[in-house]
Design a protein around this ligand. Structure first.
Ligand code: HAM
Length: 429
Protein backbone atom coordinates (compact mmCIF):
# COMPACT_ATOMS: atom_id res chain seq x y z
CA UNK A 1 0.00 0.00 0.00
CA UNK A 2 1.45 3.37 -0.90
CA UNK A 3 1.64 5.93 1.86
CA UNK A 4 0.01 9.28 1.23
CA UNK A 5 2.24 12.09 2.38
CA UNK A 6 0.20 14.78 4.11
CA UNK A 7 1.54 18.28 3.78
CA UNK A 8 1.98 20.28 6.98
CA UNK A 9 0.58 23.68 6.22
CA UNK A 10 1.97 26.84 7.73
CA UNK A 11 0.76 30.43 7.71
CA UNK A 12 2.32 32.18 4.69
CA UNK A 13 5.69 33.85 5.36
CA UNK A 14 5.27 37.19 7.11
CA UNK A 15 1.77 36.37 8.39
CA UNK A 16 0.67 34.92 11.71
CA UNK A 17 -2.37 33.80 13.69
CA UNK A 18 -3.83 36.00 16.39
CA UNK A 19 -4.41 33.30 19.00
CA UNK A 20 -7.05 33.48 21.77
CA UNK A 21 -4.48 34.52 24.39
CA UNK A 22 -3.45 37.47 22.19
CA UNK A 23 -6.99 38.73 21.75
CA UNK A 24 -7.19 40.85 24.94
CA UNK A 25 -4.43 43.14 23.51
CA UNK A 26 -6.37 43.60 20.30
CA UNK A 27 -9.57 44.14 22.24
CA UNK A 28 -7.95 46.87 24.31
CA UNK A 29 -6.86 48.74 21.18
CA UNK A 30 -10.17 48.21 19.40
CA UNK A 31 -12.07 49.52 22.42
CA UNK A 32 -9.84 52.57 22.85
CA UNK A 33 -10.00 53.47 19.15
CA UNK A 34 -13.79 53.11 19.20
CA UNK A 35 -14.20 55.24 22.33
CA UNK A 36 -11.89 58.06 21.27
CA UNK A 37 -13.10 58.10 17.64
CA UNK A 38 -16.54 58.91 19.01
CA UNK A 39 -15.20 61.60 21.35
CA UNK A 40 -13.32 63.27 18.48
CA UNK A 41 -16.29 63.01 16.06
CA UNK A 42 -15.07 60.31 13.66
CA UNK A 43 -17.33 57.71 11.99
CA UNK A 44 -16.19 54.23 11.10
CA UNK A 45 -15.68 53.11 7.53
CA UNK A 46 -14.76 49.66 6.21
CA UNK A 47 -13.50 49.44 2.66
CA UNK A 48 -12.62 46.29 0.69
CA UNK A 49 -9.22 44.77 1.30
CA UNK A 50 -8.59 44.74 -2.42
CA UNK A 51 -9.02 47.57 -4.89
CA UNK A 52 -8.18 48.49 -8.46
CA UNK A 53 -4.37 48.40 -8.59
CA UNK A 54 -4.34 51.74 -10.40
CA UNK A 55 -5.84 53.40 -7.28
CA UNK A 56 -2.63 52.77 -5.35
CA UNK A 57 -0.39 53.72 -8.25
CA UNK A 58 -2.26 57.06 -8.56
CA UNK A 59 -2.18 57.77 -4.82
CA UNK A 60 0.96 56.35 -3.20
CA UNK A 61 2.82 56.84 -6.51
CA UNK A 62 3.83 54.40 -9.23
CA UNK A 63 7.51 54.76 -8.31
CA UNK A 64 7.04 54.43 -4.54
CA UNK A 65 8.49 51.27 -2.96
CA UNK A 66 4.99 50.47 -1.75
CA UNK A 67 3.66 50.15 -5.30
CA UNK A 68 6.79 49.16 -7.17
CA UNK A 69 8.13 46.50 -4.82
CA UNK A 70 5.64 45.68 -2.10
CA UNK A 71 2.22 45.35 -3.64
CA UNK A 72 0.31 42.08 -3.84
CA UNK A 73 -1.32 42.50 -7.22
CA UNK A 74 -3.21 39.98 -9.28
CA UNK A 75 -5.38 39.65 -12.34
CA UNK A 76 -8.88 38.26 -11.74
CA UNK A 77 -10.54 35.63 -13.93
CA UNK A 78 -12.53 38.48 -15.43
CA UNK A 79 -9.33 40.31 -16.36
CA UNK A 80 -9.37 43.10 -13.73
CA UNK A 81 -6.02 44.12 -12.32
CA UNK A 82 -6.47 44.33 -8.53
CA UNK A 83 -4.19 44.65 -5.51
CA UNK A 84 -4.48 43.83 -1.83
CA UNK A 85 -4.49 47.20 -0.11
CA UNK A 86 -1.01 48.18 1.12
CA UNK A 87 -2.47 51.12 3.08
CA UNK A 88 -5.86 52.56 4.00
CA UNK A 89 -6.01 56.17 2.82
CA UNK A 90 -6.50 55.55 -0.91
CA UNK A 91 -9.51 53.25 -0.34
CA UNK A 92 -11.11 55.72 2.06
CA UNK A 93 -10.82 58.56 -0.45
CA UNK A 94 -12.15 56.34 -3.23
CA UNK A 95 -15.14 55.48 -1.00
CA UNK A 96 -15.63 59.16 -0.07
CA UNK A 97 -15.86 60.07 -3.75
CA UNK A 98 -17.87 57.05 -4.85
CA UNK A 99 -20.51 57.34 -2.11
CA UNK A 100 -21.30 61.02 -2.50
CA UNK A 101 -19.70 62.02 0.80
CA UNK A 102 -18.59 65.17 -1.00
CA UNK A 103 -22.13 66.48 -0.29
CA UNK A 104 -21.83 65.98 3.49
CA UNK A 105 -20.89 68.86 5.79
CA UNK A 106 -17.11 69.11 5.87
CA UNK A 107 -14.72 68.11 7.20
CA UNK A 108 -15.77 64.48 6.82
CA UNK A 109 -14.02 62.55 9.59
CA UNK A 110 -13.55 58.81 9.07
CA UNK A 111 -11.63 56.04 10.79
CA UNK A 112 -10.84 52.42 9.96
CA UNK A 113 -9.31 49.34 11.49
CA UNK A 114 -8.06 46.36 9.47
CA UNK A 115 -5.37 44.40 7.67
CA UNK A 116 -2.90 45.84 5.14
CA UNK A 117 -0.60 43.85 2.87
CA UNK A 118 2.96 44.60 1.90
CA UNK A 119 5.43 42.23 0.32
CA UNK A 120 8.31 43.20 2.57
CA UNK A 121 11.21 41.21 4.00
CA UNK A 122 9.67 39.85 7.21
CA UNK A 123 11.55 40.82 10.38
CA UNK A 124 10.71 42.04 13.86
CA UNK A 125 7.85 44.54 13.56
CA UNK A 126 7.55 44.05 9.81
CA UNK A 127 4.94 41.69 8.42
CA UNK A 128 3.44 40.92 5.05
CA UNK A 129 -0.01 41.19 6.57
CA UNK A 130 -0.12 43.82 9.27
CA UNK A 131 -3.00 45.75 10.80
CA UNK A 132 -3.58 49.46 11.10
CA UNK A 133 -6.09 51.80 12.53
CA UNK A 134 -6.24 55.09 10.73
CA UNK A 135 -8.01 58.44 10.95
CA UNK A 136 -8.72 60.76 8.03
CA UNK A 137 -10.08 64.33 8.13
CA UNK A 138 -11.28 65.21 4.63
CA UNK A 139 -12.05 68.78 3.63
CA UNK A 140 -10.16 71.15 5.87
CA UNK A 141 -6.85 72.89 5.36
CA UNK A 142 -6.54 74.55 8.76
CA UNK A 143 -3.30 73.81 10.63
CA UNK A 144 -5.34 73.16 13.76
CA UNK A 145 -6.53 69.90 12.16
CA UNK A 146 -2.95 68.69 11.68
CA UNK A 147 -2.26 69.36 15.34
CA UNK A 148 -5.47 67.66 16.41
CA UNK A 149 -4.80 64.40 14.56
CA UNK A 150 -1.32 64.24 16.11
CA UNK A 151 -2.87 64.86 19.51
CA UNK A 152 -5.47 62.13 18.83
CA UNK A 153 -2.72 59.64 17.99
CA UNK A 154 -0.92 60.46 21.24
CA UNK A 155 -4.18 60.32 23.18
CA UNK A 156 -4.91 56.79 21.89
CA UNK A 157 -1.33 55.70 22.59
CA UNK A 158 -1.50 57.01 26.14
CA UNK A 159 -4.90 55.44 26.73
CA UNK A 160 -3.62 51.98 25.73
CA UNK A 161 -0.83 52.53 28.25
CA UNK A 162 2.17 53.59 26.15
CA UNK A 163 4.77 55.98 27.47
CA UNK A 164 7.74 57.94 26.17
CA UNK A 165 6.75 58.40 22.53
CA UNK A 166 8.26 61.10 20.38
CA UNK A 167 6.69 63.01 17.55
CA UNK A 168 8.89 63.78 14.54
CA UNK A 169 7.53 66.42 12.23
CA UNK A 170 8.46 68.17 9.00
CA UNK A 171 6.87 70.02 6.12
CA UNK A 172 7.56 68.89 2.56
CA UNK A 173 5.75 71.79 0.88
CA UNK A 174 3.23 71.82 -1.93
CA UNK A 175 3.30 71.57 -5.74
CA UNK A 176 4.28 75.27 -5.77
CA UNK A 177 7.44 74.99 -3.72
CA UNK A 178 8.43 71.34 -3.86
CA UNK A 179 9.91 71.43 -7.40
CA UNK A 180 12.38 74.08 -6.21
CA UNK A 181 13.41 71.90 -3.31
CA UNK A 182 13.66 68.84 -5.52
CA UNK A 183 15.98 70.70 -7.90
CA UNK A 184 18.21 71.77 -5.03
CA UNK A 185 18.31 68.21 -3.69
CA UNK A 186 19.13 66.72 -7.09
CA UNK A 187 21.87 69.32 -7.68
CA UNK A 188 23.37 68.53 -4.29
CA UNK A 189 23.29 64.73 -4.80
CA UNK A 190 24.52 64.89 -8.40
CA UNK A 191 27.78 66.32 -7.20
CA UNK A 192 28.15 63.29 -4.88
CA UNK A 193 26.85 60.63 -7.23
CA UNK A 194 29.97 58.47 -6.97
CA UNK A 195 29.66 58.22 -3.20
CA UNK A 196 26.03 57.07 -2.82
CA UNK A 197 24.59 53.54 -2.70
CA UNK A 198 23.01 51.94 -5.82
CA UNK A 199 19.52 52.42 -4.36
CA UNK A 200 20.17 56.14 -3.98
CA UNK A 201 21.48 56.28 -7.56
CA UNK A 202 18.07 54.97 -8.59
CA UNK A 203 16.20 57.30 -6.22
CA UNK A 204 18.10 60.25 -7.66
CA UNK A 205 16.65 59.45 -11.07
CA UNK A 206 13.15 58.30 -10.11
CA UNK A 207 12.09 59.81 -6.81
CA UNK A 208 14.67 62.23 -5.37
CA UNK A 209 12.76 62.95 -2.12
CA UNK A 210 13.23 59.30 -1.16
CA UNK A 211 17.00 59.97 -0.98
CA UNK A 212 16.31 61.26 2.52
CA UNK A 213 14.83 57.86 3.48
CA UNK A 214 18.11 55.98 2.90
CA UNK A 215 19.38 53.92 5.82
CA UNK A 216 22.74 52.91 4.21
CA UNK A 217 25.73 53.78 6.40
CA UNK A 218 27.75 55.33 3.58
CA UNK A 219 24.93 57.69 2.56
CA UNK A 220 24.41 59.12 6.06
CA UNK A 221 27.05 61.91 5.98
CA UNK A 222 25.79 62.97 2.55
CA UNK A 223 22.20 62.98 3.77
CA UNK A 224 23.18 65.04 6.80
CA UNK A 225 24.45 67.84 4.52
CA UNK A 226 21.45 67.82 2.15
CA UNK A 227 19.37 70.97 1.69
CA UNK A 228 16.43 71.30 4.11
CA UNK A 229 12.82 71.24 2.90
CA UNK A 230 11.98 74.04 5.34
CA UNK A 231 14.37 76.45 3.57
CA UNK A 232 12.42 76.04 0.34
CA UNK A 233 8.81 76.36 1.56
CA UNK A 234 6.63 79.00 -0.11
CA UNK A 235 5.13 81.63 2.24
CA UNK A 236 1.79 79.74 2.45
CA UNK A 237 3.43 76.41 3.41
CA UNK A 238 5.80 78.18 5.78
CA UNK A 239 2.94 79.94 7.54
CA UNK A 240 0.90 76.74 7.70
CA UNK A 241 3.74 74.78 9.27
CA UNK A 242 4.48 77.54 11.76
CA UNK A 243 0.85 77.45 12.88
CA UNK A 244 0.86 73.65 13.23
CA UNK A 245 3.87 73.93 15.54
CA UNK A 246 2.19 76.71 17.53
CA UNK A 247 -0.90 74.55 18.04
CA UNK A 248 1.29 71.67 19.20
CA UNK A 249 2.98 74.06 21.65
CA UNK A 250 -0.46 75.10 22.85
CA UNK A 251 -1.34 71.44 23.44
CA UNK A 252 2.03 70.98 25.15
CA UNK A 253 2.96 68.23 22.71
CA UNK A 254 6.74 67.98 22.49
CA UNK A 255 8.04 67.39 18.97
CA UNK A 256 11.30 66.99 17.15
CA UNK A 257 11.82 68.87 13.87
CA UNK A 258 13.11 66.10 11.63
CA UNK A 259 14.41 67.62 8.40
CA UNK A 260 14.85 64.23 6.83
CA UNK A 261 11.30 63.05 7.35
CA UNK A 262 9.65 62.79 3.93
CA UNK A 263 7.44 59.65 4.27
CA UNK A 264 7.31 56.88 1.70
CA UNK A 265 4.09 57.79 -0.13
CA UNK A 266 3.71 60.37 -2.89
CA UNK A 267 0.40 61.88 -1.81
CA UNK A 268 1.75 63.95 1.08
CA UNK A 269 1.90 67.73 1.01
CA UNK A 270 2.92 70.20 3.74
CA UNK A 271 2.91 68.55 7.20
CA UNK A 272 4.32 65.04 7.57
CA UNK A 273 4.84 63.35 10.91
CA UNK A 274 5.77 60.08 12.49
CA UNK A 275 5.46 58.84 16.06
CA UNK A 276 8.38 56.79 17.33
CA UNK A 277 9.45 54.90 20.37
CA UNK A 278 13.15 55.48 20.80
CA UNK A 279 15.34 53.66 23.26
CA UNK A 280 19.09 53.46 23.50
CA UNK A 281 20.80 50.76 21.52
CA UNK A 282 17.67 49.96 19.50
CA UNK A 283 16.58 51.31 16.13
CA UNK A 284 13.60 53.67 16.53
CA UNK A 285 10.24 51.93 16.20
CA UNK A 286 7.71 53.82 14.05
CA UNK A 287 4.33 53.22 15.61
CA UNK A 288 2.49 55.29 13.08
CA UNK A 289 2.68 58.20 10.75
CA UNK A 290 0.72 60.48 8.57
CA UNK A 291 0.34 63.97 7.34
CA UNK A 292 -1.51 66.23 4.99
CA UNK A 293 -2.50 65.11 1.50
CA UNK A 294 -4.16 68.16 -0.03
CA UNK A 295 -3.89 66.93 -3.63
CA UNK A 296 -5.16 63.36 -3.32
CA UNK A 297 -8.92 63.89 -3.64
CA UNK A 298 -8.43 65.88 -6.84
CA UNK A 299 -5.90 63.36 -8.09
CA UNK A 300 -8.49 60.60 -7.73
CA UNK A 301 -11.09 62.55 -9.68
CA UNK A 302 -12.72 64.81 -7.06
CA UNK A 303 -12.78 68.57 -6.49
CA UNK A 304 -9.69 70.07 -4.84
CA UNK A 305 -10.18 69.01 -1.20
CA UNK A 306 -7.45 69.28 1.42
CA UNK A 307 -7.13 66.43 3.93
CA UNK A 308 -4.99 65.18 6.76
CA UNK A 309 -4.71 61.88 8.64
CA UNK A 310 -2.56 59.13 10.06
CA UNK A 311 -2.23 55.36 10.22
CA UNK A 312 -0.90 53.37 13.18
CA UNK A 313 0.65 49.89 13.19
CA UNK A 314 -1.25 47.71 15.66
CA UNK A 315 1.34 44.89 15.89
CA UNK A 316 4.01 47.44 16.82
CA UNK A 317 1.75 49.09 19.38
CA UNK A 318 1.05 45.71 20.99
CA UNK A 319 4.72 44.73 21.06
CA UNK A 320 5.54 48.00 22.80
CA UNK A 321 2.64 47.61 25.25
CA UNK A 322 4.14 44.25 26.22
CA UNK A 323 7.66 45.67 26.45
CA UNK A 324 6.43 48.50 28.67
CA UNK A 325 4.59 46.08 30.96
CA UNK A 326 1.05 47.29 30.16
CA UNK A 327 -1.63 45.05 31.69
CA UNK A 328 -4.75 44.25 29.71
CA UNK A 329 -8.04 43.02 31.17
CA UNK A 330 -8.43 39.29 30.73
CA UNK A 331 -11.79 37.56 30.52
CA UNK A 332 -12.95 36.80 34.07
CA UNK A 333 -12.64 33.09 34.81
CA UNK A 334 -16.00 31.33 35.26
CA UNK A 335 -16.97 30.62 38.85
CA UNK A 336 -19.26 27.65 38.13
CA UNK A 337 -18.78 24.39 36.27
CA UNK A 338 -21.66 22.28 35.03
CA UNK A 339 -21.11 18.51 35.31
CA UNK A 340 -23.62 16.47 33.36
CA UNK A 341 -24.02 12.72 33.32
CA UNK A 342 -26.03 10.38 31.13
CA UNK A 343 -28.23 11.23 28.19
CA UNK A 344 -31.06 12.73 30.23
CA UNK A 345 -28.65 14.69 32.41
CA UNK A 346 -27.05 16.06 29.29
CA UNK A 347 -30.38 17.14 27.83
CA UNK A 348 -31.39 18.97 31.00
CA UNK A 349 -27.93 20.51 31.33
CA UNK A 350 -28.15 22.04 27.90
CA UNK A 351 -31.35 23.81 29.00
CA UNK A 352 -29.97 24.75 32.43
CA UNK A 353 -26.92 26.34 30.74
CA UNK A 354 -29.24 28.59 28.69
CA UNK A 355 -31.41 29.47 31.71
CA UNK A 356 -28.42 30.39 33.85
CA UNK A 357 -27.04 32.45 30.99
CA UNK A 358 -30.34 34.38 30.88
CA UNK A 359 -29.86 35.13 34.58
CA UNK A 360 -26.37 36.49 33.83
CA UNK A 361 -24.60 33.48 35.35
CA UNK A 362 -21.82 32.21 33.10
CA UNK A 363 -20.94 28.56 33.59
CA UNK A 364 -18.14 26.49 32.16
CA UNK A 365 -19.01 23.02 30.95
CA UNK A 366 -17.75 20.13 28.88
CA UNK A 367 -20.85 18.89 27.17
CA UNK A 368 -19.41 15.57 26.22
CA UNK A 369 -19.54 12.09 27.56
CA UNK A 370 -16.69 11.99 30.06
CA UNK A 371 -17.32 10.66 33.57
CA UNK A 372 -17.89 12.66 36.74
CA UNK A 373 -14.30 12.33 37.92
CA UNK A 374 -12.76 13.81 34.83
CA UNK A 375 -15.35 16.60 34.71
CA UNK A 376 -14.65 17.55 38.33
CA UNK A 377 -10.96 17.52 37.52
CA UNK A 378 -11.54 20.12 34.80
CA UNK A 379 -13.63 22.16 37.26
CA UNK A 380 -10.72 22.06 39.70
CA UNK A 381 -8.23 23.10 37.05
CA UNK A 382 -10.34 26.10 36.02
CA UNK A 383 -10.58 27.02 39.70
CA UNK A 384 -14.37 27.45 39.89
CA UNK A 385 -16.09 28.00 43.25
CA UNK A 386 -19.01 25.63 42.63
CA UNK A 387 -19.83 22.65 40.47
CA UNK A 388 -23.38 21.82 39.45
CA UNK A 389 -23.93 18.09 39.03
CA UNK A 390 -26.85 16.95 36.92
CA UNK A 391 -27.14 13.16 36.45
CA UNK A 392 -29.88 10.76 35.50
CA UNK A 393 -31.47 10.80 38.98
CA UNK A 394 -31.41 14.60 39.35
CA UNK A 395 -32.84 14.93 35.85
CA UNK A 396 -35.77 12.67 36.77
CA UNK A 397 -36.34 14.47 40.09
CA UNK A 398 -35.96 17.95 38.63
CA UNK A 399 -33.06 18.80 40.92
CA UNK A 400 -29.38 19.60 40.69
CA UNK A 401 -26.49 19.11 43.13
CA UNK A 402 -24.47 22.18 44.11
CA UNK A 403 -20.97 21.21 45.19
CA UNK A 404 -18.73 23.67 47.01
CA UNK A 405 -15.36 22.94 45.40
CA UNK A 406 -13.37 24.04 48.41
CA UNK A 407 -15.26 22.32 51.25
CA UNK A 408 -16.60 19.52 48.98
CA UNK A 409 -20.00 19.87 50.71
CA UNK A 410 -22.83 18.97 48.35
CA UNK A 411 -26.47 19.99 48.51
CA UNK A 412 -29.40 19.04 46.30
CA UNK A 413 -31.67 21.90 45.24
CA UNK A 414 -34.70 22.06 42.91
CA UNK A 415 -33.76 23.10 39.36
CA UNK A 416 -36.07 26.11 39.53
CA UNK A 417 -34.18 27.49 42.52
CA UNK A 418 -30.64 26.91 41.36
CA UNK A 419 -30.07 30.38 39.86
CA UNK A 420 -31.14 32.15 43.06
CA UNK A 421 -29.10 29.78 45.23
CA UNK A 422 -25.98 30.35 43.14
CA UNK A 423 -26.33 34.13 43.24
CA UNK A 424 -26.67 33.98 47.03
CA UNK A 425 -23.62 31.74 47.46
CA UNK A 426 -21.47 33.65 44.99
CA UNK A 427 -22.22 36.90 46.79
CA UNK A 428 -20.80 35.38 49.99
CA UNK A 429 -17.57 34.09 48.40
P1 HAM B 1 2.64 54.11 6.86
O1 HAM B 1 3.65 54.92 7.60
O2 HAM B 1 3.09 53.47 5.60
O3 HAM B 1 1.42 55.09 6.56
O4 HAM B 1 2.04 53.01 7.80
C1 HAM B 1 1.51 53.34 9.06
C2 HAM B 1 2.08 52.44 10.13
O5 HAM B 1 1.79 51.07 9.83
C3 HAM B 1 3.60 52.44 10.27
O6 HAM B 1 4.05 53.53 11.05
C4 HAM B 1 3.86 51.12 10.98
O7 HAM B 1 3.64 51.24 12.38
C5 HAM B 1 2.78 50.24 10.39
N1 HAM B 1 3.35 49.37 9.34
C6 HAM B 1 3.60 49.69 8.06
N2 HAM B 1 4.11 48.63 7.39
C7 HAM B 1 4.17 47.61 8.27
C8 HAM B 1 4.58 46.24 8.21
N3 HAM B 1 5.04 45.70 7.08
N4 HAM B 1 4.49 45.48 9.34
C9 HAM B 1 4.04 46.01 10.49
N5 HAM B 1 3.61 47.28 10.62
C10 HAM B 1 3.69 48.08 9.52
C11 HAM B 1 0.29 54.74 5.88
O8 HAM B 1 0.00 53.63 5.57
C12 HAM B 1 -0.63 55.94 5.61
N6 HAM B 1 -1.85 55.44 4.95
C13 HAM B 1 -0.96 56.67 6.88
C14 HAM B 1 -1.85 57.85 6.65
C15 HAM B 1 -3.17 57.92 6.86
N7 HAM B 1 -1.47 59.02 6.16
C16 HAM B 1 -2.52 59.80 6.07
N8 HAM B 1 -3.56 59.15 6.49
Amino acid sequence: MSKIKIKNFQAPRGTYDILPEEQPWWEKIRKTVKELSGDYGFSKIDTPIFEDMELFARSAGASSDLVEKEMYSFRTRGGDQLALRPEGTAGVIRAYLENGMVDLPHPVKLFYFGPMFRYERPQAGRYRQHHQFGFEVIGGDEPVLDAQVIQLFLHISRQVGLKKLSVHINSIGCPECRPGYRRALVDYYRSKKQKICPDCQRRLKENPLRLLDCKEEKCQPIKAGAPLTLDYLCPACHGHFKSVLEFLDELEVPYFLNHQLVRGLDYYTKTVFEVFFESEGQPPLALGGGGRYDGLVKNLGGRPTPAVGFGAGIERIISLMKEQGVKVPVKPAPKIFLVELGELGQRKSLKLFEELHKEGIIVAESLNKSNIKSQLKIADRIGVKFALILGQQEALEGTVIIRDMQSRVQETVPLAKVAGELKKRLAKK
